[in-house]
Design a protein around this ligand. Structure first.
Ligand code: HEM
Length: 154
């Protein structure tokens, strides 16, 4: 494996850990804690968190998209060309890509700064578990894609 390939994989995993960690931290700790506050304090805390986190969310999504697409287009597609297993790889990638788009939507709207994000955060009881599920699907399929030849060798 080339050095650039290793570096891109490390960056992809690091960004995935940041996005996934933040989602589950919000779901398990931040949202339940904020729900115990009165309305005014909760809004103040949400706005403070969103203001600080939104730029990071956008950065992480761009990094995930860039490293993921590079990995797919520059490395995996040429390596799988002509192989019988290519169809299955592409199907799994397609499902992962849809899950990732859904996760990107949820992560972005939940961290929209100010009043724009309030209506999404008010429905965080749906959107945070949804985000956690989409990220879990992305991680499981990412792991399978990376070990594709080993897992589907028979
Ligand atoms: C929420 C966002 C994402 C998460 C949590 C995530 C997670 C992961 C994980 C954990 C791996 C396994 C890494 C390894 O063991 O080397 C992986 C691999 C991969 N990811 Fe992502 N990923 C995300 C977004 C994306 C995006 C946006 C793309 C492409 C557009 C993408 C394309 C890929 C590809 C192609 C692989 C496997 C590469 C191979 O076959 O070796 N990922 N991902």
């Amino acid at each position: 494996m080339q050095n650039a390939e290793v570096l891109i994989r490390i960056v992809h995993i690091f960004a995935a850990v940041m996005v996934g960690g933040a989602a589950f931290y919000q779901l398990i700790a931040v949202r339940p804690a904020l729900l115990e506050l009165d309305e005014a304090s909760r809004q103040k805390a949400w706005h403070g968190i969103a203001r600080r986190w939104f730029g990071m969310v956008i950065t992480l999504l761009v990094v995930l998209l860039a490293t993921g697409l590079y990995n797919f287009i520059a490395i995996r597609v040429p390596a799988l060309r002509g192989k019988p297993s290519a169809g299955l790889y592409h199907a799994l990638f397609g499902v992962k890509f849809l899950a990732v788009l859904a996760a990107f939507h949820a992560a972005t709207v939940l961290s929209l700064p100010g009043a724009r994000g309030d209506r999404w955060r008010a429905r965080g009881g749906f959107w945070l578990p949804f985000l956690g599920l989409m990220i879990t699907i992305a991680i499981v399929l990412g792991g399978l894609l990376t070990r594709f030849e080993t897992v589907f060798s028979n």
